[in-house]
Design a protein around this ligand. Sequence first.
Ligand code: TXA
Ligand code: MG
Length: 352
Amino acid sequence: MKLRTIVLKVNPQYPEPEKIREAAKVIEAGGLVAFPTETVYGLGANALDLKAVLRIYEAKKRPPDNPVITHVAHKEDVYRLAREVPDDAEKLMDAFWPGPLTLLLKKARDVPRPGGLDEITIRMPANKIALALIAASKPIAAPSANLSGRPSPTTAEHVLQDLDGRIEMVLDGGPTEIGVESTVLDMTSKPYRILRPGGVTLEDLRRILRDVEVHPAALAKAPTDLAKAPGMKYRHYAPKAPMILVEGKPEDVVRKVKEIAKEHEGEVIGIMATEETAGSYDIGIVKVVGRRSEPRSIARNLFKTLREFDQLGVKLIIAEGMEEKGIGLAISNRLRKAAGYNIINATEGEKG
Ligand code: TXA
Ligand code: MG
């Protein structure tokens, strides 16, 4: 089915009510609307309409066993969607909502889910356009608004690169702030486990609750299908060109990236560097993803930079690894998956 995708520019500070109403009508009718959140753009459908939710899978070409997140605008919706809301979940909602934290809870029996899952993931995004659209609709199911496997979209332009003609509408609210997706936390058993690191960090969560750990698969050091979150087993965030991720101490990383670049002299290669290191390279197309001293700037530009390399048609991307502290855990997770686990440790000099 080829659709004409309508693009509406929306004021991110004061979303125009008539535009929100227009988008809500599309959702109401079972259609698909891409909209900005503070993390990445989401592809929304009425979460309570199973047919509409299945259209998301079709538009994204998403594997049917990878469940989507339900977005709410009011905390009260959580009590309708989940059959148990632990006190600890209340504490996290109070601390981090609206914001980039998704809670995995036991699902209420009357909420439909593709595949009949017994659990549901819920989040309240911190973006005025998203909140206005959800408030004007019912809870909205929304994965990232990219074709399955591609880097997540952080602008309306990225959404169109993947989904033009496949969805009814895009709300263009400008670039997203955080740039990597929300943190997914499994609260169905203790210790609570991060299934996907994201905008709210492990350190942030531990300031509120002691009992939080990182699921080993969330580190994404190697492929796995023991994963609790089905999404963790797929290749994700992948640019078109093959990618090598070089991890280790920054000085070792720079040395190793240069060495690999040299081996590919004469080919069109891209180097994903940081402000601190970019000056060290004299071959390849060098792109600065952000500042090591301010890792949130790296998160913000990460997916955009991968898409830019694609558009330049590079044949290989060599990316510098980042420190795993704070938001760095989410950055490393995305880089490792984008590289298809093609990881070199420059400090230990070993592969893996
Ligand atoms: O920041 C975000 O979370 C963005 C924006 C649009 O809100 N959404 C997003 O959705 O990243 P998506 O579908 O691309 O990623 C959802 C992740 C996947 O890893 C999926 O496997 C996991 O959450 N997930 C969702 N529901 C689940 C469930 N019931 N059980 C286990 N994992 C679940
Ligand atoms: Mg996604």
